[in-house]
Design a protein around this ligand. Structure first.
Ligand SMILES: C[S@@+](CC[C@H](N)C(=O)[O-])C[C@H]1O[C@@H](n2cnc3c(N)ncnc32)[C@H](O)[C@@H]1O
Length: 295
């Protein structure tokens, strides 16, 4: 299919071969497994990118990405195929588990001068990371004075930019306990239907772009990794490698939270013990099988 540069395309028709090529590029760059039923979505998003770049055909577009001659386009291409759906307090049993089981000993450690690192991996528009910050501050109002940090990462730069604003429609905070809304949000002047996360919660979080399917730019370990509803979009080898790498990235007593429809594969089950509903603690003796199948 050819079109004139600058022409606005509502949709493109993609052949089987084009779909396979696009899906291959997305998989190699991100680990995301685009299933055939996503074809209409792929066509619509591709149409937007062809219009925006003025590139004349799907084939040429793919060739440029494959040859690395479209560096400016890579992040737009990736952003087009991510799914950013999220909300405050999603799978709220995780936040209850954090508050009752995982955070209290970590905070005790931080109060004795220790270091606490929490990673919201695949944080999307930030609700998960801010929710974790609220949970920390509920238990430890002085957290900003201690060595407690939350890394919030995502591959998608557009959504990260939104996360960093910390601005949300008032109605989005309906899921949160009322006290947290009172304590951790300010009104946003001039926009009565919006709230802004306040500074004490923001100060705990560093937002960074990070591709879970590439090298990770840190050596330190995490006490908690929360990676929910991200691996579900990956192909199985990428999922398996992610669980193994999370096992390596956790401290000896580290805890991993995953999405309700995700599961640790048998190759990595020995790395973790079940610690709750889709919650896993690193297995101190990882020679024994601790997790049977998925949970
Ligand atoms: C459905 S959202 C999940 C948000 C949040 N964790 C939750 O459970 O509500 C999935 C996020 O994973 C991100 N993502 C997808 N592939 C990624 C990759 N290879 N590396 C890092 N983040 C990725 C997407 O950009 C998206 O924001």
């Amino acid at each position: 299919m050819m079109h004139n540069p600058g022409q606005i395309l509502d949709e493109v028709t993609i052949s089987d071969a084009d779909f396979v090529r696009i899906a291959g590029l997305v998989r190699s760059m991100t680990g995301i497994d685009l299933q055939p039923h996503k074809r209409a979505m792929v066509a619509a998003r591709l149409a937007k990118r062809l219009s925006a770049t003025g590139i004349g055909s799907i084939s040429e577009y793919c060739t440029r990405l494959e040859r690395g001659t479209a560096d400016d386009e890579v992040s737009h291409f990736i952003n087009a195929y991510t799914t950013n759906m999220t909300r405050f307090y999603r799978e709220h049993h995780h936040f209850e588990h954090l508050a009752s089981d995982t955070l209290p000993p970590l905070i005790e450690n931080a109060r004795r001068g220790g270091r606490v690192r929490i990673w919201s991996a695949g944080c999307s528009s930030g609700e998960e990371a801010y929710g974790i910050a609220f949970s920390v501050l509920d238990l430890c109002p002085e957290a900003r004075q201690l060595d407690i940090k939350i890394l919030a990462s995502d591959i998608d730069l557009d959504i990260l930019e939104r996360a960093e604003t910390g601005h949300y429609p008032k109605s989005d905070a309906d899921n949160l306990p009322g006290e947290q809304v009172q304590t951790y949000f300010d009104p946003l002047p001039g926009t009565p239907d919006q709230l802004s996360v306040n500074q004490q919660a923001r100060d705990l979080i560093a937002f960074r772009q990070l591709n879970l399917h590439a090298e990770w730019p840190f050596g330190g370990k995490f006490d908690v990794i929360i990676c929910r509803n991200v691996a579900i979009y990956f192909d199985l080898p990428t999922q398996s490698s992610l669980w193994r790498r999370f096992g390596e990235a956790l401290t000896e007593t580290g805890v991993l939270y995953i999405g309700h429809s995700e599961g640790i594969d048998p190759d990595n089950s020995h790395l973790f013990q079940i610690a709750g509903r889709s919650v896993f603690r690193k297995n101190p003796d990882n020679k024994t099988t601790a997790v049977k199948g998925t949970s």
